[in-house]
Design a protein around this ligand. Structure first.
Ligand SMILES: [Zn+2]
Length: 106
């Protein structure tokens, strides 16, 4: 599934599994990901959700192994910030299961 998600990234993003194939055609002059790019992922808008999902997985990969409920809560909060972006504050304001706890960074 990770490969399926990362294949939706901009072709110039090094996390895209097909990125390495571009090295042969661009060499050291590789364009920056999403910078006026018209690859299918950028053109069709597939890239934004893929970036957020991969960043979400990176947060879990880096931090979810720390013991303690307060650290786990911090990971959940970071996941929400990653996925929701600018809509995080509105989502938290409408949280229905009590006051939102942002946890403690590990
Ligand atoms: Zn692109």
């Amino acid at each position: 599934m990770y490969t399926t998600i990362s294949a939706d990234l901009c072709l110039y993003d090094p996390r895209n599994p097909f990125h390495d194939e571009l090295k042969y055609s661009h060499g050291d002059d590789m364009p920056k990901p999403r910078d006026n790019c018209s690859c299918d992922s950028c053109f069709y808008g597939r890239d934004e959700l893929a970036v957020r999902l991969i960043d979400l997985l990176d947060v879990i990969y880096e931090y979810a192994g720390y013991d303690g409920g307060h650290h786990k809560q911090w990971v959940i909060d970071q996941c929400l910030r990653t996925v929701l972006g600018d809509e995080y504050r509105v989502w938290i304001a409408n949280f229905k299961a009590g006051d939102w706890d942002t946890g403690i960074a590990p």
